[in-house]
Design a protein around this ligand. Structure first.
Ligand code: AHR
Length: 689
């Protein structure tokens, strides 16, 4: 229960009620001025903050995994990026069947170029296996000592090379009879002038073999305008598959994640990961869904698929890697399962045709939490994870409010019944309202302007507390700024999270989305961004955090574990003229608050944490009154994120323009007035007894 709505009359007419309240509740209550006043009842806990309140969510979008978090440096390592689309309708699609990719005749694989006059061709006639049913045929017939021939790959907009670093190279190769080798692998500057590391690989025969070698760099500076080359000085024909190059990864996990981005995430202390994403769960077609069974086991057994954001995924970052990511960052997985509906609106109705997908979901849960004695638990162990993961939430589908057929009701019920029957302890999340079953949580998504986020920042205060279905805000973002949000985005986010925190009795979890954007090529046909306003931007070498990231970080670090009752008076407002939504609709003027707040307690540290957002372009004095504690120390700390104006932002070349600063402050007490800077987000840590 939240106290905000308990006194809503203007100050003058509310005076008698207020007087009684002040006498009984707080001797240090605020005087009757026009100052905005935020009153905190430290003896009234309105919610325990769920341990998994702040989380992460993204998917294979904007080169988030391949070309982002996933450590792989070679682009199109399996040469399947040219695979022809083969959409299959659900009525003829057999989920148990494997549909091999097909390729355009005689094409040169995307993102690979020839070195020294070699001829490159995709060769479906010489596959490595059924999953990697193609290879690169390298005709190096003119190769000589004076002019080696081979292939080059420029990575994801460059190959990052740092000094004194060991890069793990592996690849499969075979050769036509007569090839005497060896092959030479190298990391070189893009202009070919500097060789940064190289190694020689002998022993290529007419049978497929996997080769592994370390490329070690010497002293120098970190650069990204580099290429990887595999060449030979001996004439011959060679076939190659799965050419993979990994830098040292976060926590040295094999097939692991990029260390700098992982550290950035770890710093924000996320508690859960909604995986594997939103649209990415569904895919454009049934045969392009997140088919997790094809994303486990050895990398060379994973066929890969065309992701719904328009590019090929090798699926090296598959289900085990999502779980490894959870383990590395101490996050709990929130598992979204494919629920028989795709982005092109193909769907199945409930009944026997849906059953294989329900079984798939049960098996996926078994993979995550199953005992090693179970089939899929054993597969997880084989994939490197002996212990089951702490799974509490399973989400059925994604954004099924787009399914106008009405099939979700029946689909949800079929999944719900099967999962609850086998795992009654699991909480089931719906993606739109259902009637025939009571979902434990419903996933709500909000992507809005700054003004819209601020206008709805109080909406959960009035939600019906008696509803049995709780809320998971599984995707949200203030979408202002590209490629990453600016200060306006951060202000909208902070206002919104204050509302989520105040309502943690019904909003049990939330996660900003999406997380990542590769900022190397923002426009054009081969662009690296499909969706603007993402929390963290990067190129091949470095990453930077948006002001919105810092909101996530400082809020999550100052979460507390109890929500304290708050109420506010005299909050200033601004006018938001909202454009008409459709056709000739008239613009609407809304009066929106410009100050936002939330108060929590960290019981372990004995602190009260007060979050205040002033979205106005001028400083704002605010009076803060605390009741229900005997004293508040005069000294405390303030963590402030602010900017000269709401358009200020961070970029890959100017990453530190808007960053939070923590300072010691004084003048605190049971009642104090403080000026909050223009365009600012402040977290006060108060020592209360
Ligand atoms: O986060 C980007 C997309 O937004 C998600 O894939 C989808 O669920 C939502 O519409």
């Amino acid at each position: 229960m939240n106290l905000i709505k308990s006194i809503t009359l203007p100050l003058a007419s509310a005076a008698p009620i207020l007087a009684i309240y002040l006498l009984t509740a707080t001797p240090a209550a605020f005087a009757q001025t026009n100052l905005p006043v935020i009153q905190i009842r430290a003896d009234t806990v309105t919610a325990k903050i769920p341990p998994t309140f702040y989380g992460l969510m993204t998917e294979e979008i904007n080169y988030s995994y391949e070309g982002g978090l996933y450590g792989e440096l070679i682009r199109n390592r399996t040469f399947k990026a040219d695979a022809l689309p083969q959409p299959i309708k659900p009525d003829i699609y057999d989920p148990a069947k494997y549909y091999p990719a097909k390729y355009p005749a005689n094409s040169v694989p995307k993102f690979w170029t020839s070195v020294g006059g070699a001829v490159l061709k995709l060769d479906p006639g010489t596959p490595l296996n059924d999953s990697l049913n193609v290879s690169l045929r390298l005709e190096a017939t003119t190769a000589a000592k004076s002019s080696p021939a081979g292939v080059a790959n420029g990575g994801y907009w460059g190959i990052p090379v740092t000094p004194k670093t060991a890069y793990q190279l592996s690849f499969f190769a075979k050769a036509a009879p007569g090839f005497t080798g060896p092959l030479v692998a190298s990391l070189e500057s893009a202009d070919g002038k500097t060789i940064l590391a190289s190694a020689t690989i002998a022993g290529v025969t007419s049978e497929w073999q996997q080769f592994s070698v370390v490329l070690k760099t010497k002293r120098g500076r970190a650069t990204k305008d580099n290429v990887f080359k595999l060449t030979t000085a001996s004439p011959g024909t060679i076939w190659l598959q799965q050419i993979s190059l990994f830098p040292p990864t976060y926590r040295n996990r094999p097939n692991g994640d990029r260390a700098d981005i992982s550290q950035r995430l770890a710093d924000a202390k996320p508690k859960f990961l909604r995986l594997p994403g939103g649209n990415y769960v569904e895919g454009n077609n049934f045969n392009e869904r997140f088919n997790w069974k094809q994303m486990t086991g050895p990398l060379e057994q994973r066929p890969g698929h065309r992701s719904c954001w328009g590019y090929w995924s090798t699926d090296g970052f598959g289900l085990p890697e999502f779980l490894g990511w959870c383990q590395d960052l101490g996050m709990e997985p929130v598992l979204a399962v494919f629920a028989g509906y795709t982005l092109n609106r193909d769907h199945l109705t409930n009944g026997p045709a849906l059953e294989p997908y329900v079984q798939e979901a049960l098996e996926e849960i078994e993979y995550v939490i199953g005992d090693p004695a179970t089939k899929w638990g054993a597969q997880r162990v084989k994939d490197g994870y002996p212990a089951p993961f702490p799974l509490h939430y399973v989400e059925i589908g994604n954004e099924d409010f787009f399914d106008r057929s009405g099939s979700y009701e029946g689909r949800f019920a079929q999944f719900y019944d099967a999962i609850k029957a086998r795992h009654p302890q699991l909480q089931i999340i719906s993606t739109t309202a259902v009637k025939s079953r009571t979902a434990d949580l419903n996933d709500e998504h909000y992507y809005e302007s700054e003004e819209a986020m601020e206008a709805q920042a109080f909406m959960y205060d009035t939600r019906d507390r008696s509803l049995p279905t709780k809320i998971f805000v599984g995707e949200w973002a203030t979408r202002v700024g590209s490629p990453t949000p600016n200060m306006a985005g951060a202000l909208g986010d902070a206002a919104w999270i204050c509302g989520l925190e105040r309502n943690a009795d019904i909003v049990l979890m939330h996660c900003y989305a999406p997380l990542f954007v590769n900022v190397s090529q923002l426009n054009g046909p081969n662009r690296s961004m499909q969706w603007a306003s993402d929390l963290i931007g990067y190129d091949a070498l470095t990453n930077y955090a948006s002001p919105s990231y810092y909101v996530q970080k400082i809020f999550s670090q100052h979460q507390g574990d109890e929500v304290l009752a708050t109420k506010a008076r005299n909050l200033p407002t601004y006018q938001w003229v909202q454009a008409g939504r459709r056709g000739n609709a008239q613009p609407r003027t809304n009066e929106v608050k410009s100050v936002f707040y939330s108060a929590t307690r960290d019981t372990k540290r004995g602190k009260i944490l007060v979050k205040i957002v002033n979205r106005a372009d001028a400083p704002q004095a605010i009076k803060i009154d605390l009741a229900g504690v005997k004293s508040v120390a005069a000294r405390g700390t303030a963590t402030v994120l602010k900017a000269a104006n709401r358009k200020e932002t961070n970029t890959i070349n100017d990453p530190q323009r808007v960053v939070p600063v923590t300072e010691k402050i004084k003048g605190l007490g049971l009642s104090f007035t403080r000026s909050f800077p223009a365009c600012s987000i402040t977290i006060l840590e108060l020592e209360a007894k």
